[in-house]
Design a protein around this ligand. Structure first.
Ligand code: ATR
Length: 262
């Protein structure tokens, strides 16, 4: 039952109809026994600053999740950032402190790692190829390095972005070899697609499946479709595969507890 005492949480996006945070986080609030509700806020890009000024004014607002296209612009509007959000340059979650200050955090990377572990896969010590150099890929790259992968190669259509990201991760996490490289999966234990290739029907796999080693684990961050062209090709090669959905499921638990301040 929503009452005057219920704490309010949100998710901001544009478009808004596809968000999954309400249907995934509200049951968690019930499980946790907290008097809270999370609702969708449709915030067009040009109105983000207005929306944020409004959020600061609501003492009963606990925080909000942030998704496309606001992750980077919201980063600049936070009053403070956790270490990951600062490194990655984007936020996907904001907590409102009692004094109205907004603290940003980024859980794409830790959510991905937690999703792998929830399915029995361990990134530590793995030779890892990461496809993509956008916001989600950056968060995952820092998290993989923090977890101690044996080495990390970042492949991207725009090579300069992969090189830049590799340099930033290498500087932040000394001790893990990180480099930009081609999207060639041969010789890697773990291959992760963090590009948007596979979202649209008819997309090709983002690498040559004939180069996949059947001993590799191939992971996605795309949730819909669940079986992307990459995962289908990897499965046909005999590889183990890891779907995109666990990243969100695990991440929402992290986002929920961050927004709650627990
Ligand atoms: P997100 O926030 O989800 O990471 P993004 O920052 O727009 O989204 O990043 C999308 C990623 O998918 C990028 O790595 C992008 O490559 P570029 O940096 O070269 O743009 C990659 N990507 C998108 N469309 C692609 C395509 N058709 N072929 C290869 N890579 C593609």
């Amino acid at each position: 039952m929503i009452t005057g005492k219920t704490r309010l949480f949100g998710v901001i996006a544009d478009p808004i109809h596809h968000v999954r945070a309400p249907q995934m986080l509200n049951p968690l609030f019930l499980d946790w026994g907290v008097d809270a509700v999370l609702v969708p806020f449709h915030v067009p890009p040009g109105r983000l600053a207005d929306a944020v000024a409004g959020f600061k004014a609501f003492p009963n607002l606990g925080g909000f999740a942030v998704t496309i296209p606001h992750k980077e612009s919201m980063h600049a509007l936070c009053d403070d950032l956790d270490q990951t959000a600062r490194r990655v340059g984007a936020v996907n979650c904001v907590r409102r402190e009692p004094d109205g200050r907004l603290i940003g955090a980024m859980f794409d990377g830790s959510g991905f790692i937690a999703g792998m572990r929830a399915h029995g896969f361990e990134p530590r010590g793995q030779k890892t190829l990461l496809l993509g150099a956008g916001g989600a890929a950056a968060a995952i790259a820092f998290a993989l390095a923090d977890e101690g992968v044996a080495r990390l190669v970042i492949a991207n259509r725009t090579i300069s972005k992969a090189q830049d990201m590799a340099a930033r991760v290498a500087a932040a996490v000394p001790g893990v070899p990180v480099a930009a490289g081609p999207a060639d999966p041969a010789g890697f234990d773990l291959i992760i697609n963090a590009t948007s290739v596979g979202l649209k029907a008819g997309d090709p796999p983002p690498l040559d499946p004939d180069r996949l080693d059947p001993a590799s684990l191939v992971a996605e961050i795309i949730m819909d479709p669940e079986m992307t062209p990459l995962l289908a090709a990897a499965k046909a090669r005999g590889c183990r595969i890891h779907f995109g959905r666990p990243m969100l499921a695990e991440q929402l638990k992290l986002i929920g507890s961050f927004m709650m301040g627990t």
